[in-house]
Design a protein around this ligand. Sequence first.
Ligand code: SF4
Length: 383
Amino acid sequence: MEHCHMIAKHSTELCNLYCTCCLSLNKTQLYPECQTYCTDDTTLQLFIRQKIDTRETKDILFSWKDDELTSDRLNFFKRVIELQQQFAQGKNIINTLLTSGMLLDDDWCIFFKTNNFLISISVDSDIPLRNNNPKSISSKSTTPMVEKSINLLQKHDIEFTTLTVINALNCQQPLRVYHYLKSIGSRHMLFIPLFEPLAQGGVDAKSLAPAALGTFLKTIFYTWVRLDIGTIKIPFFERAFVTWCGVPAPACAFTPFNNNYSVFASKISDDLCQCDRFINSKFLLSPPHQYSTTTMRESTINKIVEQRKPPLVKECASCKVKLVCNDGCPKDRIAFSQRGAPELNYFCESYQAFFTYVDPYMLMMRALWEQNYTPSDIRQYLV
Ligand code: SF4
């Protein structure tokens, strides 16, 4: 179970902001019964003990997602630490938290620092278009609040990753997005392409066009590899480099069908889904406390999800970037293949363009690495 990873969503999809650009906004409709939700202590104990017990590795990673950083939630996480210490059995516990950063204050920061939390903070915005910043449903821009939270993290010397949704609007100005994130101190940038298929066919107006992700990534890569490689981490680029070095893709979206890698998403004590992207009644597993991690992976519903990553279609099998792409995430396979079935990745055009574009750079970085230089030394050979 080395590659099984679980994201624990203590508070479901609820959030105090309801940003119009949020990927989880429509997920709240799936759980109308969960309007005031908090994990009970018994379930939390079971969850933590089970996760530690079922891993043979020395490091145990807990990934949490919680947007509302209220004092109640702080008490919840203090309890988490207590339980982890109680059940640790000498193992090294690592906690990460994905949050919008709303209501973050000094107490939270002291807690994060003391307990070595790794923070991912959502900076979801149409950043470049200053007069069109992301709005919460109350119509207030979230940008000042996010910037305030980041300042607090910096004040307390807490490492953080920024997580930014790329949509039809901000994808048009990739360098403004990139420089904005740099300006607020992001040294680890995660980009999530927005893509929401509609039941009646087509995609939501905010979704990226199939080729737009490739253009966005290529533009940022050009600047990053010349100026910032080695100081700013962009997982999408770094994972590509790892694959060029012959190591299997560490991102599950780009792994082949038979790779033993899974990400589970759990609303503790409620539902368990294969992945955060599959939070959907169709893909629910049973309550997590009824399963050991091993049995979760073996469950029937889990297999249904895995079957959504079938062997590569004809286009992919002969594609020159298939080793790094593998038809991408199964959720995105809605484009029609040559044989007329919706089985090709929506972002195929983007992946072809991006991975082809970076090929010469990746080959050069790999050559440097093989000669015991760092890949970032590529900068001195580029103009
Ligand atoms: S780029 Fe397109 S054809 Fe190539 S592996 Fe990816 S989805 Fe398949």
